[in-house]
Design a protein around this ligand. Structure first.
Ligand code: DLL
Length: 432
């Protein structure tokens, strides 16, 4: 079901809306955010220079560091009494990024999240088990409000306590699971170990998964073990949280809600805008945000855009699933390594699971890379010959496909520490 008429606007109509909304956004930041006023002045731009969405290329980029430099509320465009919600992204390095919402922003967030649920066929007859973390992370509450907006019954279980979550999911008859894909697999693994029958004991029909880069293989595995349809959701705190884009029934690419978020793809090195179809860094401008309007935000996410019509009837441009981060791409002895590509390779090898970690380190002057991966329950751990063969196979496949030379460490099932939120896939010891 299509939630809003805005999702099917003809291109011309959509562009008119984007033109008007970009001009409003530029005026808002010029008048209220000293950071942008200074940036515009440095570039010699005044709001009158921006007349249509195509003028966006004249505007400066915003980076995560800019939000950190203006921590906590320096980038807000409204007074504190207009802000009704604060979230913040988990800062693994440095200060966290703080984002704020007015009541109007919350309405937009609920609206785009309602579109996501409708895209997945979720309505008031459904029960949504929401295992995204509640709290400062935008996942839990963002998804929560969207489910309520479409009238579904929401179970706000948050992350952790896997056994209890399984019990509630079964007893409450959840039809939809919302979580990170890695946590969905962890739930399946725990359920099987506890003797559940995933198809008979649960009523799940679909899941809406996102928040971390995920290979096709891992997505297929989640869909297969649970016997459900896999929908993907993408978003980031700086733009709104979950609900920037999501996949529909016709395509596994994700429609970006372009009436609120204007996307561009740039070359991450030069900043030059790339044409549709080319792979590069996704840059997003918020078109309606009030508390924290954001101009040309460099998401760091690598993807490409596709404007060809989608059979679902939505006119909004589609992005490919995130292929990696412009900034967490590992360079190992001169070779670029995307964790998602390693995962893709692992997904096609028998005898191992998709619970893995990539560990980069230094060996003398050279980089070293280790891929630690759990074997399946069926793998005979006492058969040295079988393990050695498997190790060699993985190593050769990684070398042949990705040109990376990694040491492979096979470990027992369930021995890699599980994260209740985003899986920790990369440990880079070189910068410590
Ligand atoms: O992860 C928002 C979210 C919550 C999205 C729940 C989907 C579901 P942040 O913590 O600010 O926000 O992290 C944003 O997570 O720039 C991407 O690198 C990554 N990310 C989000 N969704 C996807 C996805 C939330 N579907 C960062 N695939 C983004 C790959 C994703 N990466």
């Amino acid at each position: 079901m299509i939630w809003s008429k805005a999702e099917t606007l003809a291109r011309g109509e959509l562009e008119k809306l984007q033109n008007a909304r970009l001009c409003e956004t530029v005026a808002r930041v010029w008048g209220n955010v000293p950071f942008y006023q200074k940036k515009f002045q440095e570039l010699g731009i005044v709001p009158e220079d921006i007349k249509t969405i195509h003028d966006i290329v004249k505007l400066p980029f915003t980076k995560k560091q800019d939000l950190r430099d203006n921590y906590p509320f320096g980038m807000f465009a409204v007074a504190q009494d207009a802000v009704i919600r604060i979230h913040s992204s988990s800062g693994t390095t440095g200060k966290p990024t703080v984002v704020g919402y007015t009541r109007g922003d919350m309405d937009v967030w609920n609206e785009v999240m309602a579109r996501v649920f409708s895209m997945s066929g979720v309505d008031s007859k459904d029960t949504v088990h929401n295992a995204y973390g509640y709290g400062l992370f935008t996942g839990g509450l963002g998804v929560h409000n969207g489910a309520e907006t479409v009238g579904a019954t929401i179970i706000p279980s948050s992350g952790g306590f896997t056994s209890r979550q399984l019990l509630l999911m079964k007893d409450f008859g959840a039809t939809v699971l919302t979580s990170t894909p890695s946590f969905a697999l962890h739930m399946a693994e725990t359920a099987l170990a506890e003797g559940y029958d995933l198809q008979k004991d649960f009523k799940l029909k679909c899941g809406i998964f996102g928040a971390e880069p995920t290979s096709k293989g891992l997505k297929e595995e989640v869909a297969r073990v649970w016997g459900i349809k896999y929908y993907e959701i993408y978003g980031l705190s700086e733009i709104i949280g979950p609900g920037v884009s999501s996949s529909c029934d016709e395509s596994c690419d994700l429609h970006i809600f372009e009436d609120h978020f204007y996307p561009e793809i740039i070359d991450p090195k030069t900043g030059q805008v790339l044409p549709y179809g080319q792979k590069g860094e996704l840059v997003i401008t918020s078109l309606t945000k009030q508390a924290l309007p954001i101009i040309r935000y460099r998401t760091g996410d690598i993807t490409s855009l596709d404007q060809t019509p989608c059979r679902c009837g939505r006119t909004h441009v589609r992005m490919k699933s995130v292929m990696g981060r412009a900034d967490d791409m590992l360079i190992v002895n001169g070779v670029n390594v995307f964790p998602s590509q390693v995962e893709h390779v692992l997904a096609n090898i028998d005898g191992i699971t998709l619970n893995y970690q990539i560990i980069a380190d230094k060996k003398g002057y050279l980089d070293s890379l280790e891929v630690m991966v759990e074997v399946t329950e069926e793998m005979p751990l006492d058969s040295i010959g079988a393990l050695e063969k498997l190790q060699k196979d993985i190593q050769t496949t990684l070398l042949n496909n990705l040109y990376i030379n990694a040491r492979i460490k096979l470990v027992e099932p369930r021995s890699i520490e599980r994260s209740m939120g985003k899986a920790v896939r990369v440990i880079d010891k070189r910068n410590l």
